[in-house]
Ligand binder design. Structure first.
Ligand SMILES: Nc1ncnc2c1ncn2[C@@H]1O[C@H](COP(=O)(O)OP(=O)(O)OP(=O)(O)O)[C@@H](O)[C@H]1O
Length: 270
């Protein structure tokens, strides 16, 4: 089952009077790898929390005709909205297959089945293939590489047939090869699912984003193609520090902003 679009309109989230997300609107469609970026505290994760029912929000977030805001978390999951968190939440002591069985709501009582692909249902087999984990079914999740753990989390969403994938910093801590593999995975997944990525990694964003929304202090600062947002003076101001908002080395490393001489870029901080 597919959903053609996620449309967020005028999203507003407050925590005890503090406005974390203020009138944010964006959309994401099948076929694109959609990015949400912004400095620390910009409101990116809060947007995902609102869409998935973890934070109370005003405004609207729809997949197709279905309004998500106001529904409990489990009903939003049932509508096909899946998310990953900044820290992988797999069961380390269980095998890859057992983790996927749990995600699929299956129980696999026989230990012998863990060592073979016999008895693996088609949705799990497909998720294993898609995420490149087919040779790891018996591997305890705890000894997977950081990248493989993130892919396992994505595979868990695939076996649940999530139609909307909301991924919070999926490449944080990954090697360069794992980042590339993850970007290519997201491009493949985007053909059939809505993919929205929250990221700090600017190089990854430049390589794989089709459209980008830049948040700053809870509001949309800019949105459009990678070229559009990189050329936007407001974005340059935030990322180059005159607004004093960029706080991570990744954010400050913006090597190919048009019209910005290398010597004028702010140096990375320790
Ligand atoms: N549960 C909460 N209670 C109070 N304030 C919160 C809560 N969750 C988030 N905030 C605040 O809302 C603002 C937005 O936070 P959020 O985590 O969405 O930012 P972010 O853009 O995802 O940042 P980062 O890149 O650091 O993860 C921050 O000022 C944060 O401190």
């Amino acid at each position: 089952m597919t959903a053609a679009s996620l449309v967020v309109k005028d999203l507003h989230v407050e925590f005890s009077g503090f406005v974390a997300v203020d009138g944010v609107s964006f959309d994401a469609h099948l076929g694109e790898v959609r990015f949400l970026i912004g400095p620390n505290g910009a409101g990116k994760t809060t947007c995902i929390d609102a869409i998935t029912g973890l934070s109370k929000a005003a405004g609207s977030a729809r997949i197709g005709e279905q309004e998500l805001l106001g529904r409990p978390v489990h009903k939003i999951v049932r509508l096909g909205v899946g998310r990953t968190f900044q820290t992988a939440s797999v069961f380390d002591e269980l095998s890859v297959l057992q983790n996927l069985d749990i995600a699929a709501g299956r129980h696999r009582p026989s230990v012998s089945l863990l060592r073979t692909r016999r008895g693996v249902d088609p949705a799990i087999a497909q998720a294993l293939e898609e995420t490149g984990l087919a040779d790891e079914i018996a591997t305890p999740a705890g000894i997977l590489s950081h990248g493989q753990k993130q892919w396992l989390e994505i595979a868990m969403l695939l076996v649940q047939d999530a139609r909307v994938l909301l991924l919070d910093e999926p490449v944080a801590g990954m090697s360069q090869d794992e980042r590339t593999a993850t970007g290519e995975l997201l491009q493949r997944l985007a053909a059939k699912r809505i993919v929205l990525v929250v990221e700090h990694d600017m190089d990854f964003m430049r390589r794989f984003a089709t459209r980008v929304t830049v948040l700053h202090q809870g509001r949309v600062l800019s949105q459009g193609s990678v070229a559009d947002v990189q050329a936007d003076g407001k974005v340059q101001e935030v990322y180059l520090g005159t607004a004093g908002a960029a706080t991570t080395a990744d954010m400050l490393a913006v090597p190919d902003l048009p019209g910005v001489a290398a010597g004028t870029q702010k140096q990375e901080v320790d």
